[in-house]
Design a protein around this ligand. Structure first.
Ligand SMILES: [Zn+2]
Length: 224
């Protein structure tokens, strides 16, 4: 079972074998090195971290992407729920989209209260594919992103009965567009709880759900 988004390198997360099947994204220059000890890592600058980075960091990021073969660029994106300079967020996100296009890599996108702008920008980079991880937009936005060939990732929040809108979106989402993840949840092994809940919502067997989500991750990230 492939965890499409897990910050396994964070200190407060349970120790997990390095060969765990997970996509391990970075959040900025502070963990570009350590994520590379996992077989499937991504390199990027998280929108929460943009104020601690500059154009030199973008140059270094591009150098590492060129030399070290990450499976994706990320995590990058926009977060308008946080009080972080919007221009700076847009600058770093756009720069990383340009790198994804240039090096033909998928992107792992963090988007909170910003999905309209994310869609707007992605339309300018039509060749790019990727994942909107921890999807929190509307059903309409979900459909738009799927049509653009994007995958939507869902995590432990789906198990909360109060997440009614999210649960409805997952229920109606085509299986071919779905990814499962645990993000910064303290127990990455809880991925099976996410899978069970989504299988229940979609009224399919757990096996079918896991097989399809694994295939989606393999296809998107070119895993071998
Ligand atoms: Zn994350």
């Amino acid at each position: 079972m492939i965890n499409s988004h897990a910050h396994l390198d964070f200190d407060d997360m349970q120790a997990i074998a390095q060969n765990a099947v997970a996509i391990v994204p970075s959040v900025g220059s502070q963990n570009w090195n350590i994520v590379q000890s996992y077989p499937y890592f991504a390199l990027g600058i998280h929108p929460w971290m943009v104020e601690h980075h500059d154009s030199q960091d973008l140059e270094r990021l591009e150098y590492l992407i060129k030399c070290n073969n990450p499976i994706a660029i990320g995590e990058c994106g926009l977060d308008y729920a946080k009080n972080i300079n919007k221009e700076k967020q847009l600058h770093f996100f756009t720069a990383q989209l340009a790198m994804a296009q240039k090096y033909d890599l998928p992107v792992i996108i963090h988007s909170v209260k910003s999905t309209e702008d994310v869609i707007f920008l992605l339309k300018k980079y039509q060749k790019i594919k990727g994942e909107i991880h921890g999807f929190s937009g509307s059903e309409q936005q979900a459909n738009t992103l799927i049509k653009m060939g994007f995958y939507l990732g869902f995590g432990i929040q789906i198990t909360n009965p109060k997440s009614t809108r999210l649960r409805e979106i997952v229920k109606n989402l085509p299986l071919q567009s779905l990814l499962i993840e645990t993000d910064d949840h303290i127990v990455p092994q809880d991925l099976s709880i996410v899978a069970e809940e989504i299988a229940k919502l979609k009224q399919i067997s757990l096996k079918k759900l896991i097989t399809q989500c694994d295939n989606n991750a393999i296809l998107l990230f070119g895993l071998s």
